[in-house]
Design a protein around this ligand. Structure first.
Ligand SMILES: Cc1cc2nc3c(=O)[nH]c(=O)nc-3n(C[C@H](O)[C@H](O)[C@H](O)COP(=O)(O)OP(=O)(O)OC[C@H]3O[C@@H](n4cnc5c(N)ncnc54)[C@H](O)[C@@H]3O)c2cc1C
Length: 389
């Protein structure tokens, strides 16, 4: 068993850490105070992503991406996850479902998205459809050689940075025909309703939008009728691993800050780390990070060795569940160790504390991940998680 990172993986991790320190961290406070990344910083970050060779980290070279392995993506994402306010999202990851597009769709959406010339957003969720996407009410009807989409979507992340959307709709309102459509912005019948404020101040917004008889030409359907879930499944797997990676990076940053503070901060005539209550918190944080990182790197290496797709799906849920909850516990302890300073917005641990909460909700809540894991145990046995092959 080879547990060492390759020189290239170490080099990419160091590069991503430098990128995070030099490009993302200087923009944290402005993003937090402004509520999102100010417009004037956006073009500079896009150019920096290209200059640093991080354009299209999750796609193959043939599709205009970097051609990174899963392990390489993981070590990069872990470092980007140190940034607060969701600034890691500035290193774009175009939707995996675009890989399955036609040659024209790849030319018009995937390639320019990998270059950073276009950006997409993804709309599945609705007011009545969250964990259960069969409740989606957005419908697609074919009339006069065009599709017409009607419905309302919630929580559309990066709407204000995107120039196209992938919309999940039910053909003829039939939940057995979930289908994806590419929609360019702006479009007649596409209306932005509002962008509410959330617990975190994230680089971009999370919008509510209305589609009212929005015309879509037939060549903008992504995949086949009824393939909506199938095409999104691979993307969910990837984003779950991505969430595990960046929550791990967030936990490590918080632990580093708390560890340094525990040495320098003195109360009752000695460093607070000399109080066992504080040292035990640091010990628990370190062990949790150790466990999360070991799981994550193991699964990333397994994927690169060709792990069966069903097992990837099973393990991605465990990674997302464990790392997002682990980061919540670690960052909570970091806030505690920093005392009042940990509660100040200018302190990264306070921002990490707010940021990390959503990772237990989006891309499948913790409860949905447990449901997936429970189902996998029933279907394939406990060895999916307890075994080692
Ligand atoms: C900041 C943010 C950004 C987002 N970005 C996007 C985006 O870009 N595109 C998009 O389409 N969506 C997006 N979402 C939506 C997100 O994916 C959903 O919020 C999430 O899937 C949960 O759906 P819900 O909020 O409707 O909660 P619900 O599904 O209503 O769940 C409410 C509670 O019930 C629990 N629950 C539900 N079903 C079960 C079950 N079967 N077993 C056990 N417990 C259950 C849940 O775990 C949760 O605790 C975003 C959400 C947020 C907060």
């Amino acid at each position: 068993m080879d547990l060492e990172l390759t020189p290239r993986e170490r080099e990419l991790a160091a590069k991503a850490r430098d990128f995070c320190d030099q490009v993302l961290l200087p923009r944290e406070i402005e993003t937090d105070e402004h509520g999102e990344l100010p417009m004037e910083s956006r073009a500079a970050i896009v150019q920096a992503v290209r200059d640093w060779g991080l354009a299209g980290v999750n796609h193959s070279k043939e599709d205009g991406g970097c051609g990174f392995t899963m392990m390489e993506q993981t070590v990069i994402e872990e470092q980007l996850g140190r940034a607060t306010n969701g600034l890691w999202t500035c290193v774009w990851r175009p939707p995996v479902s675009l890989k399955f597009g036609t040659a024209d769709q790849k030319r018009d959406y995937l390639l320019p998205s990998n270059r950073g010339d276009r950006r997409g957003c993804f709309a599945i969720t609705e007011s009545g459809a969250g964990s259960d996407p069969r409740q989606v009410r957005t419908s697609a009807e074919f009339r006069n050689n065009q599709w017409y989409l009607s419905g309302e979507k919630w929580f559309v992340t990066s709407w204000n940075a995107a120039d196209y959307m992938i919309v999940h709709a039910h053909v003829d309102g039939d939940p057995d025909k979930p289908t994806l459509f590419l929609v360019d912005k702006p479009a007649p019948g596409l209306e932005h309703l509002r962008s509410p404020r959330f617990m975190h101040n994230y680089a971009f917004d999370h919008a509510e939008i209305r589609l009212d008889n929005l015309p879509v030409p037939p060549e903008k359907m992504l995949g086949e009728i009824g393939q909506g879930f199938e095409l999104t499944k691979d993307w969910f797997v990837e984003t779950r691993i991505q969430i595990a990676s960046h929550t791990l990076g967030a936990a490590i940053r918080a632990a580093e800050i708390a560890n340094a503070y525990a040495t320098e901060r003195e109360q009752f005539g000695k460093p607070i780390r000399d109080f066992q209550a504080v040292e035990f918190m640091l010990a628990d944080m370190a062990v949790e990070i150790f466990a999360g990182k070991s799981m994550l790197y193991r699964v990333a290496a397994e994927i690169d060795r060709g792990l069966d797709r069903k097992l990837v799906h099973a393990r991605a849920s465990a990674l997302k569940l464990y790392c997002s909850e682990m980061a919540g516990r670690v960052i909570d302890k970091a806030v505690q160790i920093l005392g009042g300073r940990g509660y100040m917005r200018e302190n990264p641990v306070e921002r990490l504390y707010r940021d990390i909460r959503v990772d237990r909700i989006w891309e499948g809540t913790s409860e949905i991940q447990r449901t997936v894991i429970g189902g996998q145990i029933r279907k394939r046995g406990l060895e999916v998680y307890s075994g080692w092959s």
